[in-house]
Structures are given as C-alpha cells and as structure tokens.
Ligand binder design. Structure first.
Ligand code: SF4
Length: 340
C-alpha cells in the first residue's frame, strides 16, 4: 500500500504509531524529526499517488480546531473543523486537494488527545456565549471514514461526544468503509454524512471511490444500526440527463430510508479555486467536467454561470421537496445569495 513510512521520533511510542508500524511491518520506515521537514518539501506530482505513495505519521501542531468558512453548515450555529489527516486514497477529478498540498502522500496525525482537549475549550467558550449547539466537522483535508480502520480515532471521538451532548460531530465521507462505526454505539450527536452523486457521475468523476450502490448499502446498514445520517449533494456537476439522474438517485435512496431519517442535505454546485482548476485541466484533460463553460465568479472561484447554478440548485431542491423532504432539512453549501 505504501512505498515508505516516515514517522516523527517524538511519537514513535504512541499506540497509533506502533499500530501502523506493526500493521505495515514489511514496508520500509524511517524516523524523522518533523513531517514538515520532508512532506511537500519537493513538489511531487499529484498523479504519482497511483504508483508511489508514502505515509507520514506525525503530531498536529498549531491551532488544531478552526472555525469553518461561512455557509459551511446550518446557519446560526458555530461550526469548526479539525484536521487529523492530509490527503486521500481516492481520486475525484475535481478534488481541491490536488492544488492544495505539494504532495499527494498521506499524513496521519496521531495526537487526537490534543485535538480533543482543544475541542473541549471550544465547547466551553461557546457554551459561555450561550450557543446551544456547537458543530465540529472532520474530513476537511481527507475522507473521514475511508481509512478509519487504520487511523483508529473514532472511539475517542465517540467518547468525547457522548460526554458533550451539546456538541455535534459530522463525519463526512464518500467511502463505504463502516467497519469501525459498526463497532460503536450510535450517538444522536455524531452524524455520518455521505457525499453522493448520480451513479454515472460517480463513475466519471469520483475515481477509485465506492460506487453509489455500495454507499447506499452503507447508509442502509448505519441507519438500521441507529447512526444519524446526513447527505451532501456536492459537487453537483451538470450533464445532459441532469434532472433524471438526480431523480434516480433520490429514488434509490428512498428505498433504504424515509425523508425524516435524513438529518439534513446540503447542496453545492462544482467550484474550484483558480489553482485547483488549473490542476484539474492538467491532471484530467479528458474529464467530462470540461464539457461545460466555467467563469471566474464573485469570490475569485471558478464556477458555472449564475443562472445555471441557480437553476441546478432549484431543480435538486424541488426534487427533494417532491420526495417528502422539508425545506428546513435543506441548505446550500458555499453559495452566497448575492453571488455572481
Ligand atoms: S473523497 Fe474527497 S478528499 Fe478524497 S479524492 Fe475525493 S474529493 Fe478528494
């Protein structure tokens, strides 16, 4: 799986480091001072992740829990994210990570104890401010579940959220890797949110991810076990059968869950920073993503033109409402009302 493993000397004896070194005992490894000394120091082409992938194991330093950008989650409630990992095994052709780090190598941070300590302070501060719900999002620079059988942090977070019912955790994923979650007693405030697209869009764009059928099966299993489920229709990518594709997707979903079982659904039309868009053109020149025209929009990001975006969002919103979802379950992700 990995070409080489680099681990920071200071966390060599951490149980998670030891677990990984034992698990990959056949893989050459090397002790280093700091992940930052090597990771991304020399630019490694993104697509080398297909043939040559290293793993770095380290300690996350600096601010461990950060406020999310505006319009990230349900409005009116504070939202934070934390970083436990960099990069991803999957290869969605629109992935923003391809323009973010200088390397596609995976980094696992093992000091979840420190992240949880910082979360505790964030909860305390927000409670003092009178906030009744405080959101934490995992998976900002990676997928929350895809490698959770290796990163093994979920029990610690479940323990924390059990003790802090006013805090909510969103585990965002495109994977169907639920084996760790199956071992944990569900909590009302730990929500597994699946990013979904129509089946052909997954085939065309979400390279190496589980197909729609596997993700829906994972949703069904988790729902039956009692884990709260949310959905992201994000990124929405235009195609000739756009409406029919989402109708079919909703039909498949409604076979395994009722509208009221969905905690929320967010929608976001595909968008890129200028740098990521450049990388997408370079790495995936034949992607169907280039079949549509993009413009530089109000915040410098590259998007479809506004009338198209609004039409797409409204179409999917109407489909959800027609399928029995309520207005208050739906929200738009990263799309300001006044945007151009
Ligand atoms: S699952 Fe998310 S992080 Fe992984 S490649 Fe796809 S978009 Fe990127």
């Amino acid at each position: 799986m990995f070409e080489k493993i680099f681990y920071e000397k200071n966390i060599e004896n951490h149980p998670k480091t030891q677990f990984l070194l034992n698990k990959f005992s056949q893989t050459p490894n090397m002790a280093i001072d700091r992940v930052d000394d090597i990771f991304g120091r020399v630019k490694k082409p993104y697509l080398q992740k297909r043939t040559n992938l290293n793993l770095f194991i380290g300690e996350k330093r600096g601010q461990l829990v950060k406020e999310t950008p505006a319009a990230y989650g349900l409005l009116g409630e504070p939202h934070y994210y934390f970083i436990h990992s960099y990069n991803c095994l999957y290869e969605c052709d629109y992935c923003y990570l391809q323009g973010y780090f200088h390397s596609p190598d995976l980094v696992f941070f093992v000091n979840h104890e420190d992240i949880l300590k910082e979360m505790e302070s964030v909860v305390k501060i927000n409670k003092e401010k009178g906030h009744k719900t405080i959101w934490f999002h995992a998976g900002e620079y990676s997928d929350s579940l895809a490698l959770s059988h290796l990163t093994k942090e979920l029990p610690q977070y479940f323990d924390f959220f059990k003790k802090n019912p006013e805090a909510k955790l969103e585990l965002r994923t495109k994977s169907a890797n639920i084996r760790e979650l199956k071992e944990l007693a569900p909590l009302k405030n730990v929500i597994v949110s699946f990013s979904l697209s129509p089946k052909d869009k997954i085939k065309d764009h979400d390279l190496k991810t589980p197909p729609l059928k596997a993700r829906i099966k994972a949703i069904e299993t988790l729902r039956e076990l009692g884990h709260p489920i949310a959905l992201h229709f994000d990124p929405i990518i235009y195609g000739p059968c756009f409406k029919e594709d989402y109708e079919e997707l909703l039909k498949s979903l409604m076979k395994v869950m009722k509208p009221k079982d969905i905690k929320y659904i967010s929608f976001g039309v595909v968008r890129f920073t200028k740098e990521v868009y450049h990388q997408v053109k370079k790495n995936y020149p034949d992607s169907k993503i280039h079949h549509q025209e993009f413009i530089k929009s109000f915040d410098g990001k590259v998007r479809y033109i506004k009338p198209q975006r609004l039409w797409m969002l409204q179409t999917i919103k109407d489909l959800c409402l027609n399928n029995g979802m309520k207005e208050e379950q739906l929200y738009l992700c990263m799309e300001a009302e006044e945007s151009e």
